[in-house]
Design a protein around this ligand. Structure first.
Ligand code: HEM
Length: 526
């Protein structure tokens, strides 16, 4: 404790950076980041202090808060493994779920990505289009059948619930060639656990939890070890979720490890197992590494982010009926060209308005609002434009000492007016088509230069998979269904549960909710 206090008292170069006053000594500014609507304080700070600021953690500790594109390029790409995920987050992740690609650093991380990445490349993702489209069109058909059996044409629908199984089925088939449909009980328990994972594990933290998360990087490993095993409801839920994921992943993966390669495997898992077998000893992953990486990649990272992003897209379309109409016209015209013939399947990358809608929602509703890093050596971080320190110095490059904790604000970067236009705080897909989005020369993000999928050597491994899946789902859903706001949808809050989840104001205790009126397109709700 004494050492901790001494560290905090040390003078830091961050002290001279502009930044907001701490809201309180015990929580600093962290409650504002974690409990207020996701991204709301990031945008306030960006407007008040620019793209680099010092914010406060508990007990006066400093954090570097940053959304400057050149600085992000350096932190996430150039410095590589000298900027790592913070020690406590890695420790907790690894001891709770095992050391998969998400928690690995250095050569271990490099080796795992090297084997996994090719399975999620452009042609591998395109190969999944028929699977994704089938799962999405099954969802529309199920809805139609249900409406017909009830003699109705529309109903209030909780969108995350509505999408969860279909996206789980799509992921299961594309990633593992596994059909969750045939496994009712497994699927239901696992889908429910996936659905609640972010809310119960990370959502709506109490002040005590915010405080703990703010100081945990200063705690010794024995104390963290103790924490992982505490019988709190959140941790008990997480442990059960890991158990369920292990059970499912074991079934899926174990069989493949012994399977012969008949040259016809198209799912990601088969590709990865085959690629690993042909690796030299130096790069090959052990069966345990392969198991943990696959489980974390496909069952952990890929589901909730995709369901939530799709949910925000449908919400924005319900909020903007003209754009929804324009999108449907584009999709139905492309569909008419296919004429039901699979060999004439449209290239979804050519649907310019649909891709603009997806990019604009990933920008406006950034589902992963923050990334966290720590400098493991002294660093000099370049900036895209100079800033003025509190003492009046002009800073063109920022010196940050070893041990500095960094909060990368994807939420602020994605609303930066220099990058996205003066109306960056408005949802307007046409900005992607009318020249508003300019190439500023700072290539940071992997798609459209957005930070929605992160950047650099830890950028989202499944981003192409996710984009293809969202294109397919949007294409099928908007062809067959119309989305309108319910009264509750006018009270939607964006809660920061590591992933930005929708909740209804006043009903936060019910968790993840996005209620929209869903109608059959041939019977739209007027
Ligand atoms: C719209 C959907 C998605 C979004 C918004 C998203 C977002 C992100 C972000 C922001 C990161 C960077 C985390 C960091 O730097 O700390 C990330 C990492 C990752 N994502 Fe995604 N993701 C999505 C879908 C997927 C899918 C479908 C998969 C797999 C099938 C996947 C697998 C991963 C993995 C394994 C990592 C860790 C990469 C590493 O540490 O090297 N994601 N994702």
């Amino acid at each position: 404790m004494h050492l901790y206090y001494w560290r905090l008292k040390r003078k830091s170069p961050l002290d001279d950076l502009p930044g907001p006053p701490a809201e309180s000594f015990l929580l600093g500014n962290l409650r504002q980041l974690m409990r207020e609507q996701a991204g709301s304080f990031d945008r306030k700070w960006q407007n008040a202090y620019g793209t680099v600021a010092r914010i406060k953690a508990p007990c006066g500790d400093n954090r570097l808060w940053v959304s400057d594109p050149k600085a992000l390029q350096y932190i996430l790409q150039t410095s590589r493994y000298n900027m790592v995920k913070p020690y406590a987050a890695r420790f907790l992740l690894n001891s709770a779920t095992g050391p998969g690609v998400n928690g690995a650093e250095g050569e271990d991380h490099y080796r795992q990505r090297r084997i996994l990445l090719p399975a999620f490349g452009p042609s591998e993702s395109r190969a999944q289009i028929p699977v994704f489209r089938q799962c999405a069109s099954d969802l529309v058909e199920e809805f139609r059948t249900k409406m017909e059996s009830q003699g109705s044409t529309s109903r209030d629908t909780n969108i995350p619930h509505f999408l969860t199984y279909a996206i789980l089925n799509a992921l299961g088939l594309a990633a593992f060639n596994y059909n969750f449909r045939g496994h009712g009980k497994d699927r239901e328990e696992f889908a429910a656990s996936l659905r609640d994972f972010m809310v119960k594990g990370f959502g709506l933290p109490s002040n005590g939890k915010v405080f703990f998360q703010g100081i945990m990087d200063h705690l010794p490993t024995w104390a963290l070890d103790l924490m992982v095993n505490l019988p709190t409801s959140g941790l008990t839920f997480l442990r059960r979720h890991v158990e369920l994921s292990n059970g499912i992943a074991q079934k899926l993966i174990q069989s493949r490890l012994t399977e012969e390669d008949d040259g016809d495997q198209k799912d990601a898992l088969s590709r990865i197992v085959i690629a690993n077998r042909s690796e030299s000893e130096k790069w090959r992953l052990s069966d345990t590494e392969l198991f943990l990486s696959l489980r974390n990649t496909i069952l952990g990272a890929g589901h909730e982010t995709t369901v939530t992003s799709m949910g925000w897209i449908l919400f924005q379309l319900a909020n903007h009926p003209d754009e929804q109409r324009q999108l449907r016209e584009e999709i139905l015209a492309a569909r008419a060209g296919e004429n039901g013939d699979d060999s004439r399947m449209v290239n979804l990358d050519t649907l310019s308005f649909m891709n603009a809608v997806i990019k604009e929602t990933l920008r406006f509703d950034t589902v992963v609002p923050h990334l966290f890093r720590e400098a493991i050596r002294d660093e000099v971080v370049p900036l895209s434009k100079p800033i003025r320190s509190k003492s009046g110095k002009v800073i063109e490059e920022l010196f940050i000492p070893k041990g500095t904790s960094i909060i990368v604000s994807n939420a602020a970067y994605n609303r930066n007016k220099d990058l996205w236009g003066e109306d960056a705080d408005v949802w307007r897909p046409s900005r992607w088509l009318d020249g508003t989005v300019k190439n500023t020369g700072f290539n940071v993000g992997v798609w459209g230069n957005l930070m929605s999928f992160g950047a650099g050597h830890r950028a989202c491994l499944g981003w192409r998979f996710a984009v293809t899946e969202m294109q397919c789902f949007l294409f099928e859903l908007v062809s067959g269904l119309q989305f309108d706001l319910t009264e509750k949808a006018t009270r939607i809050r964006r809660e920061n549960c590591l992933v930005m989840l929708p909740m209804v104001g006043g009903e936060e205790q019910k968790g993840n909710q996005l209620p929209l009126i869903v109608s059959l397109v041939d019977h739209p709700k007027l």
